[in-house]
Design a protein around this ligand. Sequence first.
Ligand code: ACM
Ligand code: ZN
Length: 541
Amino acid sequence: MKHFKIFAIMLGATTLLSTFNVYGNETINIVPMPVSVIANNGNFSLSNSTQILYDFQGKDADNITGALLSHIKKFYGIEGLRQGFAEKPVKNSIFLSLNPKADIKKEGYKLTVEKNNIILEASAPNGLFYGIQSLIQMMPAIEERQSEIRIQTAVINDYPRFEWRGLHLDVCRHFMPKAFVLKYIDYMSMHKYNTLHFHLTEDQGWRIQIKKYPRLTEVGSMRKETIVGRGNTPEKVYDGIPHGGFYTQEDIKEIVEYAAKRYVTVVPEIEMPGHALAALASYPELGCTGGPYEVSTRWGVFKDVMCAGNENTYKFLQDVIDEVLALFPSEYIHVGGDECPKDSWKVCPLCQQKIKELGLKNEHELQSYLIQRMEKYINGKGRKIIGWDEILEGGLAPNAAVMSWRGEAGGIEAAKQHHYVVMTPGSHCYLDHYQADPASQPQAIGGFTTLEKIYNYEPVPAVLSAEEAKYIMGAQGNVWTEWMPTPSHVEYMVYPRAAALAEVVWSPKEGRDYANFKERMRSQILRYNAYGINYCRIEFQ
Ligand code: ACM
Ligand code: ZN
C-alpha cells in the first residue's frame, strides 16, 4: 500500500489533508486495481440533468458514452442524459477529453471526480473507455431505480502493466452462440481485457465460414455425436446427439465490430497443421492418407493431420488465411501449431519427399517449414503470426510471437531469442482446470487452479534480464470447452478467476494483495449478479 500513498502525495499535495488511501474503504472498489486512487470527501451527483460532453468527435464518442449510458439505464433506470461536443466542462457534466499529447500512458486515463463535474482525460479513446469502466465501478453496485447516483470525489491515475490482456475462447469443442460471444466480450471489457483469442478450428468442429471451401462448414462444422464422460472405459459411450454450429462471415464481422467498440481486438486462431480432423473430413485430400476422416466425436490429440508434403495444403491454408485476414483486422493471426503428432508424416511419401527436397533433418523441421512458410505469407499481407510454443521446435519462424502454454519454458526461450511472448502456462492460466475441490465441482479436464493461485501469477519469469523481459507482452486465460457444454458453464469456469487474471495483467505488481482484491471483488460480484453472470461463488459465500 505504501506505493499508493506515495502516488497520493505526489498527485494530491494540495488536498492531502482530506485524502486517504482508499483500499479497504467501502466506497471505491475497482477491479483491476488502478495504479493510484486518491479519494476525497464529498460526492458528485449524477442524475438525468447531468450532461455528457466530449472535446472530440466521431464514433469513439458513441462507443465510450454508450458504455456509460447503457450501464446507468440498466442499473438505475436513469436515461435521457444530454450529450454533445464541448470545449470545456460545465457544471454537472461528465467531460471526456481526448488529447493525444496528454502525458498519459498508452491505454491509460486520468479520472477526476469533483463535486461539480467529472473530468476524464486520455491520450487515446481506449483510455477513455477504461476510465468509464472505473467510473462505473465507483457507482453503487446495487441494481435499483434511483434518481441520482452518488460518486465519491476522487482522483484516479491509471494505465495497464501489459499490452496483451487476453482471454481465449474455444468454440470448437462446444459451439457457443454468437449472442454469448458478444456477452463474453462485454464481460471482458468490464475487466479491461483487450484481446479475445478466438479458437475457431479443431478436430471436433470448424466454426468459421470460408467461401472458397464450403465443405468446411457443410461437413466440418458438425460432429455426429459426442463421447460421454471421460471415455476411458473400454466400451466407449457416445450420446448419439449431433453437435455443431458455425459463424457466417456476417456473424464474424458483427463480432469483430462489437469487440472493436469495446476496444477488444479479436485474434482468430486457425489451427495448422494439427487439430485438423474437421478440415480433413471436409477435404480428405489434405491429409497424408487421403482419408476417409470424420469430425472427431471424442477429445484428445489425433495422428491424422494436414499433409505438409502436399502443395495443395499450402494453397488451402493461404486461401483460408486470405478470407480470415479480410474479416479480422488484428495485428496478430494465431496459427496454432500445438500437438501435431508426426506419425503420418513419417510414413507419407509426399512428406518424406519434401523433407529430402528441402534438406530438412526431421519432421519437426518440416513443421517449422510449414509455419515459416505461412509466416512469410502472412507477413507479406502486413500481419504477424503467433503460435503455441511447439512452434519453437525445429526452429522459430523469424518474426513469430509465442504463446507459452506448456509451462513457461517456451516463453522464456522465445524471449531470450528476442521474440514476443504471451504467457498462458497451464499451471496458472488454464480456466478449464478445477477451481476448487473436484468433489464439489462439475467435471473438469483436471488441474487445480484456485482464484488465489491465478491472482498470484507473475507473467515475467525471474530468469529473464530486464531487456528480455520487455518481450513479455502479457498473459492470457485459456478456456477450452471439452467440459463446458453451455455458455453458463463457461461463465462458471471463467468468473471470478478472469477478474484475478485481469488484475495480474493490468495492475502494478507492487500492489498485489489477495485479501484486498477479495474485498474489492465484493462490489464486482454484485454487478455479476445484476448482469446474470453465472460465476463460481465458492470464494464469496
Ligand atoms: C493447448 O492447450 N493445446 C495449446
Ligand atoms: Zn504427408
